[in-house]
Write a protein that binds this ligand. Structure first.
Ligand code: GLV
Ligand code: GLV
Length: 295
């Protein structure tokens, strides 16, 4: 029997995914000599990493939809196929975006922090009033699968959506939005897309939501804008220097912070893992390019 292909995992995976991998591959502790690599988004696959893995490497399955952690020029130059995990995480990520909007607008996280501080309180008619998602103008920056699904879910809460795609006049669209939600991939063109200038184009009453990638927002400029009342609030699931969080964000009440949970449901993570397993099988066992190849 020919040797089974060797697969390296850069991070532990759900047990269902591990079991599926073990059925077809030899799991190896190091990328050196691996035929396939299953990559968590915290690992950076660049020229150095590929050099270390070696010329036998044929496929890198990214356990994420965003592939900004992979140097696609370097993989292409070596003929290494790169795959991602589209579709299966669209709903989960859109759900988190809307959850963050509600948490921010209705002050859910702030209220939770307030209760946990053992604060004295009683019901009162003017206490901790927020605003509703109902009737808001939602600007989706990045009208891909996740952006469009976020709009669809938010519309069920009464929001009206507008979309800013590639080449759109973002500065021109920002002033009309009550909620700005980011769904672009991280590329050279989207790094610091939301900078001091973009923030100052937003309404003073508007809020920013980011479930995409941290560096799309200039985090320092965001802290200044929140402190100075340039915008009203922000909800972030991703960070510019992840897992580090800009210190200034931590003390602001008009900010909701979650630790990169966009796709973090068990079912979603298993489905993402199974897409990775299928991609590794396609390339390593069937010699074909999978539909979710991005490079
Ligand atoms: C998560 O951030 C992903 O890109 O899948
Ligand atoms: C990612 O899957 C997107 O298109 O939003």
């Amino acid at each position: 029997m020919p040797a089974r292909p060797r697969v390296h995992l850069t991070a532990p995976v759900p047990r269902e995914v591990a079991a599926a991998l073990e059925g077809d591959f030899d799991l190896v502790d190091s990328p050196e000599g691996a035929d396939g690599i299953l990559v968590a988004l915290t690992a950076r696959v660049d020229e150095r990493y590929l050099e270390r893995a070696g010329p036998q490497l044929r496929v890198v399955a990214n356990y994420a939809v965003g592939v900004n952690n992979i140097d696609l020029d370097a993989t292409a130059a070596r003929g290494v196929v790169v795959t991602n995990t589209p579709d299966v995480l669209t709903r989960a990520t859109a759900e988190l975006a809307v959850g963050l909007m509600l948490a921010l607008l209705r002050r859910i996280a702030e209220g939770d922090r307030f209760i946990r501080r053992d604060s004295e309180w009683e019901f009162s008619l003017e206490f901790m009033l927020g605003s509703s998602l109902d009737g808001t103008e939602l600007l989706i920056v990045g009208p891909g699968r996740i952006g469009r699904e976020t709009a669809r879910l938010a519309e069920a809460f009464g929001a009206r959506s507008a979309f800013a795609g590639r080449g759109a006049d973002l500065q021109g669209l920002l002033p009309a939005a009550d909620v700005v939600s980011l769904h672009v991939p991280l590329t050279d063109a989207t790094r610091h897309l939301i900078d001091a200038e973009a923030l100052s184009a937003m309404r003073q009453s508007a809020v920013l939501v980011n479930v995409a990638r941290g560096p799309v927002v200039d985090e320092r400029a965001l802290v200044d804008a929140l402190r100075d009342g340039v915008i009203a609030g922000a909800a972030l699931d991703v960070y510019e220097r992840e897992p580090e969080v800009e210190e200034g964000l931590l003390s602001l009440e008009n900010v909701v912070l979650t630790p990169h949970l966009g796709s973090a449901t068990r079912d979603t993570r298993v489905a993402m893992g199974m897409l990775c397993v299928d991609a590794l099988r396609a390339v390593l066992l069937e010699g074909r390019r999978p539909a979710n190849a991005v490079g």
